[in-house]
Write a protein that binds this ligand. Structure first.
Ligand code: SF4
Length: 295
């Protein structure tokens, strides 16, 4: 891969974070799910919040294919000509993710894939879609947490110094070490990066007879004790492992209160896998719940 010599720190650049489109019907096929509720993509909110804090001059846009059509996203990429496009494919959206990656590449963007699904096949993606492939549409894959790696890449840091990257090196595909930073150093999630009301209205429009549901998703921790158990733990899912990392319960309650006050949220969903694993943490979370103005 050609060496990137520029250093973009402090410069203005354009970043699009794209959740590839998926339809309600497609989501519910072979699935017990009924009354699908789309929620703002946490990965994009978290990376976007981090960029807003660290590099406020960046032009940042989240294009969520849960609400936007493929052609709408395509148009916005062609018109907006972003410098960097981050895409998080899921098992049902991989082909669409690649189509959007090709469109982004044609407009001159650097394309970064990440998230649980890209993570587990990172080397294969670079082999088949990276700079040495006949279908070059992906520049690199981020494994694990994306905030620092994505920002480091956009700012032009040398690739070998950026943890969590998988990319085409001169002779082989390189996998940099993965780090698991303290989640408490990340800023409180900024849901203003999308408009949560669009998600609430979409649900109401599809299910007008159901009770109004205003729901947002957060995470209280990352990691899974079952994966780690004596190194012989569960290997069923594709998450990249690492220690259990807990967020400060006070920060979480601040996030929940913001969501209630700003968007009249009536349901909060926690995507974490191990909410009851750490008793001390849970007791503190519960103690604060009893004192909280929105228990
Ligand atoms: S999150 Fe679930 S599937 Fe994944 S390692 Fe843990 S127990 Fe297994």
């Amino acid at each position: 891969m050609k060496k990137r010599e520029t250093n973009n720190a402090g410069k203005e650049y354009k970043v699009f974070l794209v959740e590839p489109p998926i339809s309600v019907q497609e989501y519910e096929i072979n699935n017990e799910t009924k009354y699908t509720i789309w929620l703002p993509p946490l990965w994009a909110i978290s990376i976007g919040t981090f960029f807003r804090k660290k590099t406020p001059r960046t032009h940042l846009k989240i294009l969520d294919g849960q609400l936007l059509s493929f052609s709408n996203i395509k148009k916005q990429i062609i018109k907006g000509k972003p410098d960097f496009v981050g895409i998080s494919p899921k098992h049902k959206t991989y082909q669409r993710a690649l189509r959007l990656a090709r469109i982004s590449k044609q407009t001159g963007a650097k394309v970064i894939l990440g998230g649980l699904y890209a993570d587990s096949l990172a080397k294969e993606i670079i082999k088949n879609r990276g700079p040495r492939s006949s279908d070059y549409c992906v520049d690199l894959v981020v494994k694990g947490d994306g905030e620092r790696a994505f920002l480091g890449y956009c700012e032009g840091q040398p690739l070998k110094q950026i943890n969590n990257l998988v990319y085409q090196g001169e002779h082989e595909i390189k996998e940099n070490p993965i780090d698991f930073p303290d989640l408490n150093n990340l800023p409180v999630l900024n849901f203003n990066l999308v408009n949560p009301n669009n998600y609430f209205q979409d649900y109401q429009k599809r299910y007008p007879s159901l009770k109004r549901r205003t729901m947002l998703r957060i995470y209280t921790q990352k990691g899974c004790a079952w994966r780690r158990a004596n190194k012989r733990g569960c290997i069923y899912c594709s998450f990249s492992g690492g220690p259990i990392r807990l967020r400060n319960p006070r920060t979480i309650w601040r996030e929940i209160n913001n969501a209630i006050e700003e968007y009249s949220v009536n349901t909060i969903s926690d995507i974490s896998d191990m909410a009851f694993e750490d008793k001390k943490w849970f007791n503190e979370f519960y103690r604060l719940a009893l004192k909280n103005k929105n228990p």
